[in-house]
Design a protein around this ligand. Structure first.
Ligand SMILES: [Zn+2]
Length: 387
């Protein structure tokens, strides 16, 4: 992994203690706010002010941090330098590609969104992502790692979902992407990335556990437990879209019947209202519902109730602090929330029936924000002098 680990010194040696202290300071700088005073760094790391002062000087020489002279040494502000490295996030949807460049603290410095042909094949799409990364990345800092999200179950770097993302099924997407991008790649389900983003920077910020459900053309979900993503045995945890609500219900694209997705996806909502409303897009349906039209309002509430029934199982099973709704369906806002909460209350145990249900704060950027955060969190900084 890191250069420092390969060049490890005997435990307790002066150099290894210095490296460990440098890492403590870097960890604080990477995890929290944009900048810190040296006094704050001393307090948060438990190191002596004189030690902090030496570490900041050393890390500045390594170009890992940037220290602005303030009023006196203790008043100066210290932050991670952009030269310490950058990361990229890539978010593939069924018909869009988002690419962002971010710092090692997870702040996005540039981003772009492209429309893709539905059922796009992976090779051409990866090449497009690679060219966007190269275009967006500034010249002065290397992009060290990419995290890439896909709307499909992912196990061990391989896309598992013949009916979910046909153009990608069975591909070793992580290895192929690493070849094309030329840097290490983290592959993750897009809803997991959304869950991470809402947990760290959005509607679930400050909680220890949260459940995120993303509903657009499909349904995905992500679980954050003890501030970390929960993956399950092979990595596919969170496929709430394909739990059965009704065995004699409508057919689902997974081949099953009566799945939560078959009642709640935008496509299924639009299909059920077809011929009975003038709206042809989900946004038009929302507008008609807000204007008081009965069929659109009923269709959104019906989806909300089914979603609530599914989420009742979630709160019974894993007891998250908050349920966060994202994806296109979130644009229905309060029209949806009330029926979801009612569905949860009706089917969850009393003790957890009041689990808060909220709309995500990051809208359709959640997965991309999460990709940048994941790439940043998985990147270790080298303490070797720059060449
Ligand atoms: Zn299904």
């Amino acid at each position: 992994m890191s250069h420092s680990r390969r060049r490890s010194h005997a435990p307790g040696s002066h150099a290894s203690l210095r490296n460990a202290n440098q890492r403590r300071v870097l960890d604080v700088l990477r995890a929290g706010k944009a900048d810190y005073t040296q006094a704050e760094l001393a307090r948060l790391t438990g190191l002596a002010p004189a030690t902090i002062s030496n570490i900041v000087r050393d890390l500045t020489a390594l170009r890992l941090v940037q220290a602005d002279a303030g009023s006196g040494r203790r008043g100066s502000s210290v932050r991670l330098s952009h030269e310490s490295g950058l990361v990229a996030g890539v978010d593939f949807g069924h018909s869009h590609l988002g690419v962002a460049i971010g710092t090692l603290t997870g702040e996005i410095v540039a981003e772009e969104r492209h429309l893709l042909r539905p059922a796009h094949a992976y090779d051409g799409s990866l090449a497009l992502a690679a060219s966007l990364i190269a275009e967006l990345a500034p010249d002065h800092a290397p992009v060290m790692r990419v995290a890439m999200g896909l709307p499909a179950p992912i196990a061990g770097g391989v896309v598992r979902g013949p009916h979910i993302l046909p153009g990608w099924h069975g591909t070793e997407a992580r290895d192929r992407a690493a070849e094309i991008f030329g840097i290490p790649v983290e592959l993750e389900n897009d809803a997991n990335l959304g869950a991470l983003a809402e947990h760290r920077r959005g509607a679930a910020q400050g909680r220890r556990s949260s459940f995120f459900i993303k509903i657009s053309s499909g349904v995905g979900a992500g679980i954050v437990h003890d501030d970390q993503l929960f993956h399950g045995a092979i990595g596919t945890a969170g496929e709430l879209g394909h739990i059965t609500l009704n065995e004699t219900g409508p057919l689902c694209r997974c081949g099953g019947r009566g799945c939560l997705e078959a009642y709640t996806s935008i496509n299924s909502i639009m299909a059920r209202t077809e011929g009975r409303v003038s709206a042809t897009t989900f946004d038009e349906l929302i507008a008609a519902a807000r204007a008081g039209e009965v069929v659109p309002r009923g269709a959104i509430e019906d989806a909300g109730l089914h979603l609530g029934w599914g989420l009742a199982g979630v709160v019974n099973l894993i007891n998250p602090e908050v349920l966060v709704i994202g994806g296109d369906i979130a644009r229905a806002g309060d029209l949806l929330l009330e029926s979801v909460a009612m569905g949860v209350r009706r089917h969850a145990l009393d003790v957890v029936a009041q689990t808060p249900v909220v709309i995500g704060a990051l809208a359709d950027r959640a997965s991309l924000v999460g990709a940048v955060l994941l790439a940043a969190e998985r990147t270790e900084l080298s303490l070797d002098p720059p060449v």
